[in-house]
Design a protein around this ligand. Sequence first.
Ligand SMILES: Nc1ncnc2c1ncn2[C@@H]1O[C@H](COP(=O)(O)OP(=O)(O)OP(=O)(O)O)[C@@H](O)[C@H]1O
Length: 701
Amino acid sequence: MTAVADWTPPPEVDAHDPMIREVELGQAVTVDAEQVEVEAYRQGGPIDADRSKEPRYAVITGLAEQDRAPIIPAWMRNRSQRWRVPLATAGFALYVLAFHLLRLPKYMVLGAAYAPRGGWRLGAALLSWLWVTEQLPLRLRAVQRLDTETWIKLHKEVHGSRKRHAWIVAGGLVAVVVVLALGWRVGGAAALWLSVLAALAGAARAGAPVDRPLIDRVTTSSRFTRLTAEAVRLALVQLAIPGLREPAALTFPPPGIHRDGPGWLARVNLPGGVTAVKVLERREELSSALRLPMDQIWPAVGPAHAGQLDLWVGNKPASQMGNPRWSVLNGKPLSFFEPAPFAFTPRTDPAQTVLFQRNFLLGGQPGSGKSFAARGLATIALLDPLCEVQVAEFKGVGDFLDLEPLCSRYVVGTDDQAFDDGADMVRWLFGEVGRRGAVIKAMREQGRAPEGKVTPELAAIKGLGLHPLVVVLDEIHELLAERPEVADMLTRIIKRGRALAVVLVLATQIPDAKTIPSGLTKSVSSRWCFSVLEQVANDQILGTGSYKRGQTGTVYRPVVDAGWGYAKGFTAEDGPVRSPWLTPEQWAAVTAVASALRGGRRVGADDGPVAGEVFRRDLIEDALAVVGQANGSHWLGLVEGLAALDAESYGDLDPESVGAMLRALGVETGDVKVSGVTRKGVKRRALEAARERRAVTAGAR
Ligand SMILES: Nc1ncnc2c1ncn2[C@@H]1O[C@H](COP(=O)(O)OP(=O)(O)OP(=O)(O)O)[C@@H](O)[C@H]1O
């Protein structure tokens, strides 16, 4: 501290500022009354870290860590695009071939008309070049000016040129003769005819008027062929974004501009301080600047930082890309527990999601495509033969009517009855989640559900009632407006149901906090924002701050861009996707497949003794009735006894499921000796003990 005291500041410096002393002294000191420890600052020292002390291999690892352009192009590495690019090219080539073959007679007539003129033009041009006629005016001028020196110079020049040209023409003629002779040897007369045809075509081309080319144009609109750095720079600068004025300030980090699926991707680093969201906000202006329709341009925030833009431009507008084929049309079953395609990316790649452990919120303005997207998710569920599906739609127009025969519950309408049924459905679901929770707890105690959640094995056990359950609630805001008491139940279902294989798909036009409690929307893991008008609605669906991060549905127009939306939490990568689109016939085909997979049953509803029903009977009492005075019962005996007692409730049980259900009710199971034979089953004592425990617990409550 002595050093501080010794230092006398120059007159213009505030002597009381401790930081200034510290800087001057260049050493760590404890300064001022607050005792702030500040690290010393060495004046004139290097700012960057000293690299000389880094080990040599750091240079190599540094290189290795750098972004490198992929050796194999992205589209070749992508399974779905590997064939699409060559197939699209081959398809286009075939189209062009067919197009011109059909017009061949017309080309021949026109060719015959244009060829003489073309022959004359080509011949004249050749002679003119051979004789260097272009020099003639110069020599005439020299004559007129009596400029002998220039004339002699030009004369000599022209002689030399004519000689050279004559040699070239002679050489060319010899080459033509040699090629023709070779052609004759290899291909005979056909080769000669082909040569004549080629010569005639060349002559016809040269003879065709400038505004009437010999062959018709294959494409009538100006075709987008490739994205260039110049076009991107110019377009971005034209957006008039503050801080984005200098084309040279835009850089293209690896992999730069490259072909990516059916289009081009430009990865651009915007100038420091300019965010990619600013570009996203100006998609319309970008469309004008690039001279391309809006649905051909797909800007997104790049992976590296907020100032990186991934501008993907399709070969064609999305509306003309056609609808990619949805693989559910293959007629194969899907699994609730496995990834399944729910949508397509702008590059027409399928986007996959897993229904298990997710809940879905689909929001957007009317006509943005929510209901069809919800149908897509319901279809995935229906293609899992184990999955129970329930639908309630409060638009009242029957958007899901064709799925009704496969649903265990189906509610449609906007009247009191529909809302009562909808509320009943939620209440039932709430109870079901509670029941499943108890079953899973028992399973966990037995070590059969180690993570406390449904596994594919548990879901498959018949009668246990842990099969997947997907519930679609379309226009949920209508139900919440009419029956607000269900909101809390829904929130709890969402929170608890994830692990219990209960999935909610909520679709709504109005996601605001007044209509849908924020606790409800916040609990939903996967959100899909279709066309929305503004930032507030966007963030209500996708979560606060989403718009600022460039995750936005404001860029889509209702109806025109129907089905497009920003999906968050569906896959590892969030991004824009479009729901699959099927014709009514294709929907019918998919529904038929789902129905066949389910054996024509409504899984859940006409399943007979699903666990819910069985649990409504008193299984412990019924089992005790079957056991009677015996020591216990083997599983097979118990199953048969229960079926004899109530075939409707217990007819479908098997030994495994009855065991699981009893264990879920807290009954101990194991080896039982009945009539001298020891097998797996349940003892009477265990059943009685469980009954007693239950009575005690009920009394305590
Ligand atoms: N993936 C898609 N591809 C093409 N068109 C679609 C797609 N999805 C929906 N559409 C079109 O958009 C229209 C509206 O779709 P949908 O009924 O799903 O919208 P919505 O958002 O549910 O509307 P509302 O809120 O009025 O119920 C459909 O009739 C259909 O023509």
